[in-house]
Design a protein around this ligand. Structure first.
Ligand SMILES: NC(=O)c1ccc[n+]([C@@H]2O[C@H](COP(=O)([O-])OP(=O)(O)OC[C@H]3O[C@@H](n4cnc5c(N)ncnc54)[C@H](OP(=O)(O)O)[C@@H]3O)[C@@H](O)[C@H]2O)c1
Length: 338
């Protein structure tokens, strides 16, 4: 596993970051099956075995911060922890004042059983009540040693420009980015690069689709069909709340072509998905979730793709990118990332 120093920080992180959304203390969620604590623990053990030291969690991932804290007991110093604030009251969470941010940090520290958070991210732009107040509070928290750096997540071009204009210095912007969801490429990546902000890609495997294990749409668990790649239809896709027409046809064609390219290149689809992303300019680390320790081992086997294969993968997914357009938010309409 290669490690990189995140630009503008002294944090040396693995290229693969382990996403802890699936750490739910054995409680089924709309997206993920119940994951017993022992499984999460063996996943974290496996992460360290293969050289992964970077973990991403969130206040909004029910149970995740507590489970991660438990799993890191005795080895917290070997980990880089990124968490996010937001969703304290579900989808209708009101924006955070300085006091709310302080409370979120104190609660996260307790749950994570640690005295500092390496990177605190704002989960969505709507969680900012006032930019100046937020920046002042985040700087104060750095001064107190409670957080080392701060970052953002789901920040579109307008959100980024406005936050930067207010004097913010985020070190990361965590964005949905993978072969099937490439809307960050046109504006978000260039702005981040220009401002020394590393793009932390999430849903690297598009929630399992880019492993090639689902052979037809119906095989995909319903909770993973909520996004805008899938049409919003009653019955087959009733959990979706975006009201859009989806990109299913384009996606199925693209997945078939990706598989053909992988077969010729002698790599698995998940290897191609992870490596293609890591070879994009401005991406230093990519986040993958797992339901088993074996998936961590598989995903950690990172290969270097030839430039030609990278180009072919980009070409065959272009129609999906075109259909999705500028939409950055996979789940909600109106788009929460502006
Ligand atoms: N900032 C945000 O708003 C935001 C949003 C989403 C995610 N994230 C972060 O990004 C992380 C990763 O994204 P994600 O969890 O959405 O999706 P992902 O990493 O694309 O997919 C993870 C899921 O794919 C399956 N999988 C993983 N590796 C596999 C393998 N080698 N073979 C077969 N199946 C495999 C597993 O599910 P099954 O085994 O159950 O199929 C696993 O739970 C999250 O944990 C979270 O930390 C952030």
């Amino acid at each position: 596993m290669q490690h990189v120093t995140l630009p503008g920080t002294d944090l040396k992180v693995s290229q693969l970051c382990h996403g802890c959304w699936q750490f739910n203390n054995n409680t089924t969620t709309v997206n993920w099956d119940a994951q017993p604590l022992e499984v999460s623990k063996s996943i974290v053990d496996k992460c360290f075995d293969v050289g992964i030291n970077f973990f991403d969690t969130a206040q909004g991932y029910a149970g995740s911060e507590e489970v991660l804290g438990e799993c890191l007991q005795g080895r917290r110093q070997n980990a880089v922890i990124a968490t996010k604030y937001g969703f304290r009251e579900g989808v209708g969470t009101p924006p955070y004042s300085a006091l709310d941010i302080q409370e979120a940090i104190e609660t996260a520290l307790k749950k994570l059983k640690t005295t500092y958070i390496d990177i605190l991210q704002i989960h969505f732009p709507s969680f900012v009540k006032d930019k100046d107040e937020t920046i002042t509070e985040l700087k104060r928290q750095i001064g107190l040693g409670k957080i080392r750096y701060y970052g953002v997540s789901n920040y579109g071009p307008k959100n980024l420009r406005e936050f930067l204009a207010a004097g913010a210095k985020p070190v990361v912007n965590q964005m949905g980015y993978n072969l099937l969801w490439r809307s960050v490429e046109d504006e978000v990546l260039p702005i981040c690069k220009e401002n020394n902000i590393s793009v932390l890609a999430y849903s690297t495997l598009q929630q399992g689709l880019l492993t090639g294990k689902f052979h037809k749409l119906d095989d995909i668990p319903e909770g993973r069909r909520r996004g805008k790649l899938f049409k919003n239809t009653e019955g087959s896709n009733k959990l979706a709340r975006h009201g859009q027409e989806g990109a299913e046809e384009e996606m199925i064609v693209a997945l078939g072509k990706i598989q053909e390219i992988c077969n010729k290149a002698g790599v698995t689809m998940s290897q191609a998905a992870i490596s293609w992303l890591l070879q994009q300019d401005g991406v230093d680390s990519v986040i993958t979730g797992a339901s088993t320790p074996q998936q961590v081992v598989t995903n950690s086997n990172i290969v270097k793709l030839s430039q030609d294969v990278v180009k072919q993968l980009s070409e065959v997914t272009e129609p999906v990118k075109a259909k999705i357009g500028k939409t950055l938010d996979q789940w909600a309409t109106p788009d929460r990332c502006e």
